[in-house]
Design a protein around this ligand. Structure first.
Ligand code: PRX
Length: 653
């Protein structure tokens, strides 16, 4: 392949060279990467053509990281429709090809194979139902659904009529859902009666009813039947199954500008309030499609499985938008890795002859603990590539993934990226000489820089460590925080002027390969899910018996990081196991099960400076059971609190 070929979109799909010849060789990568950063306009002008435009773009890149003028536009004068790109344009050649394989929670229930033609019909029906409820271009729709096909229909139906979706993970509580409905002023929330998962059922409709108590009266609720279980019905509810049965199977796609928002996705930061990350249509789709094809070496006819939930960005980009834009067959799995047993992932891989499998280290660690016999029961001979995402993968888990799952023949792509980045930022490609635990190299067009954390100076050369920033924009970059552009600038562009700041630390080794060293802010990563410690703290202090709290992460064998909460009770309140349980349940109810503290330590006082600032560094050390090197504690107002915390620490070896 020449550089020219490589820059030519879709060459890959039609020119499969056999499963073991990687799409992009090491030499091609180097050449193509250079081209992408030296002349991004030319590079992306060509890549932009991998999707269909109604009005072709003439402008490619118009981006500024200038303080006071953060402005990101890609393909700005082009128009398109994302759902037409994911469905309609494939109908002629792939109408009868399976677009989505839906695998339900229980292996006893049959899987569904949804062709591109049927996907088109279902999405049009959903689009017409939404229109019937008065949803139009620019309106917001919150999606709170299990991992069922209707979740994908809802996303694509919004894209079809120009509405902006905001998915709320079905594991979030009514309070979190309500805040997100209000945050984007949604017109409709789409939910289901229940969400079956791992043999249990979450009452989504009743959660939605509770959430809506705190929302405007005119928010409507569209209810999908999943289990047929009993629900209460109110005036604002609409029965999706009844409405869609009568809806037309035609709905012409709305012409959207490249920079019209496609979706909002709330994510945690270092403040208590989650941010509404906004992604737009053209650049996001080009980037999701290209990364899906190139990173995963996706070839025509492959079956691709990303085990994420559509409630997270991974599900947006690599279950729905990237794969479908490429005309792929993508799996949507409703269940969990360990139900009904620890062989479920591998049984699904064998059943659907999965070629690329993409999951999180936390799942790998949990399954590793269950033993390799669960893997060996199943025929994984179709697997060609493995992917990892969401948190650093430890070498032990990497080796197990490589040897037991991949039988030593599948490259592992360790993809580093974020809700904010829309798609992969640093990742090996299948041809890369792999280093377990390293995200290694930038994707095309991505310009990583390592900065000295305090001075903000660029650190050149190899064998260095600092904070990870990006020196220039890429098409999948978020455009703003919903309703708060100033917060966008403050969060990502104010600490290091002229750069996008990822919030992660990194090391560039002697060979120039990148290793993510973890967050440098107050964000922790629990089972690959991002959690702001401030969010858990504000939930805890909202409890009547809690005076103060500080939350930090600590190493956890399966989850990567666990949640460690120091809690100071109100005067007169007595610590007890019952109260500990009560607080755990409280946080589950306020935020959701993923935020439940793993360890709660009763703290008579918290270590504070004389100006009242909590010294989290010390709290982290104690939580890590590494209090021998607490560093300088001389600035503490009352150093004796530290002795008490050490003596009563919860995590002992
Ligand atoms: O700390 C990094 C970690 O996950 C954060 C982003 O979380 P979120 O927006 O929820 O997106 C997760 C899925 C894209 C990052 O700031 N992270 C993500 N991938 C990796 C990672 N850390 C190390 N290695 C990775 N491959």
């Amino acid at each position: 392949m020449t550089t020219e070929d490589l820059l030519d979109p879709k060459v890959v799909s039609s020119a499969a060279e056999g499963p073991l010849a990687p799409l992009v060789s090491v030499e091609d990568y180097t050449r193509m990467y250079e081209a992408s950063v030296q002349d991004p306009h030319r590079f992306w002008a060509k890549e932009g053509k991998r999707i269909d435009w109604i009005t072709p773009f003439t402008k490619v890149k118009n981006t500024s990281f200038e303080p006071g003028n953060i402005d990101i536009r890609w393909f700005e004068d082009g128009t398109l429709n994302v759902s037409a790109n994911c469905i309609d344009r494939h109908l002629e050649a792939r109408g009868d090809q399976t677009a989505i394989i839906w695998e339900p929670d229980s292996p006893e229930d049959p899987a569904l194979h949804i062709t591109y033609r049927n996907l088109h019909r279902s999405v049009c029906r959903m689009a017409n139902v939404l229109k019937g409820l008065g949803v139009g271009k620019g309106d917001r729709v919150v999606i709170y659904l299990p991992m069922i096909p209707e979740a994908a229909y809802a996303m694509l139906a919004c894209a079809r009529i120009g509405a902006i979706h905001s998915i709320v993970f079905a594991g979030f509580s009514p309070d979190a859902l309500g805040a997100r409905i209000n945050g984007c002023d949604a017109k409709v929330v789409i939910t289901a009666d229940y969400a079956p998962r791992g043999g249990r059922k979450t009452p989504l409709k009743s959660n939605t009813d509770t959430a809506l108590l705190h929302c405007k009266d005119d928010v409507q609720c569209l209810v999908v039947k999943r289990t047929g279980g009993q629900t209460t019905w109110t005036d604002r509810d609409h029965d999706y199954n009844a409405l869609s049965a009568d809806a037309s199977v035609d709905c012409s796609p709305e012409e959207m500008s490249a920079e019209d928002p496609l979706f909002i996705l709330y994510t945690s930061g270092s403040t208590g309030q989650p941010k509404g990350v906004v992604h737009t249509s053209g650049g996001y789709l080009v980037y999701a499609a290209m990364t899906h094809e190139v990173t995963f070496d996706y070839r025509d006819g492959d079956v691709f499985w990303c085990t994420a939930d559509v409630g997270w960005v991974t599900g947006h980009s690599y279950i729905v938008y990237g794969p479908l834009a490429n005309g792929a067959t993508t799996i949507m799995f409703e269940g969990v890795p360990t139900y009904p047993d620890a062989g479920r992932f591998w049984q699904v891989c064998a059943k659907h002859k999965v070629n690329q499998f993409y999951t999180a280290p936390t799942a790998i660690r949990a399954l590793m603990g269950a033993g390799k016999e669960w893997v060996e029961k199943h025929d994984l001979s179709d697997l060609r590539l493995l992917g990892s995402v969401g948190e650093p993968i430890n070498p032990e888990a990497w080796n197990w993934y490589n040897e037991v799952v991949g039988k030593g023949k599948c490259p592992i792509v360790d993809t580093f990226w974020q809700t904010e980045t829309g798609g992969h930022m640093l990742t090996p490609l299948p041809s890369t000489k792999l280093k377990p635990g390293a995200a290694q190299q930038p994707f095309f067009g991505v310009r990583p820089v390592v900065l000295e954390p305090t001075s903000g100076e660029v650190i050149e050369g190899n064998g260095v460590e600092g904070v990870l920033c990006m020196g220039d924009s890429w098409p999948g970059q978020m455009r703003t925080v919903w309703g708060d552009h100033a917060r966008f600038e403050k969060t990502y562009f104010s600490d290091y002027k002229g750069y996008y700041f990822s919030g992660d630390g990194c090391r560039r080794d002697e060979d120039g390969d990148y290793w993510i060293t973890g967050r440098v802010d107050d964000v922790i990563n629990v089972s690959g899910h991002r959690m702001g410690t401030a969010e858990v703290e504000s939930a805890l202090v909202a409890h009547a018996k809690v005076a103060e709290s500080a939350v930090v992460g600590y190493p956890h064998d399966v989850k990567g990081q666990g949640i460690y909460a120091y809690v100071t009770l109100m005067n007169g309140e007595e610590p007890s196991d019952a109260l500990r349980k009560e607080l755990e349940t409280w946080v589950r109810t306020e935020i959701g099960p993923i935020a439940k503290p793993d360890l709660i330590q009763w703290a008579p006082g918290l270590p504070k400076t004389r100006s009242g600032k909590i010294m989290r560094r010390i709290l982290r050390k104690i939580a890590e059971d590494d209090f021998g090197s607490l560093g300088d504690t001389s600035t503490l107002a009352d150093p004796s609190v530290v002795d008490d915390l050490i003596e009563n620490r919860m995590n002992r070896g």
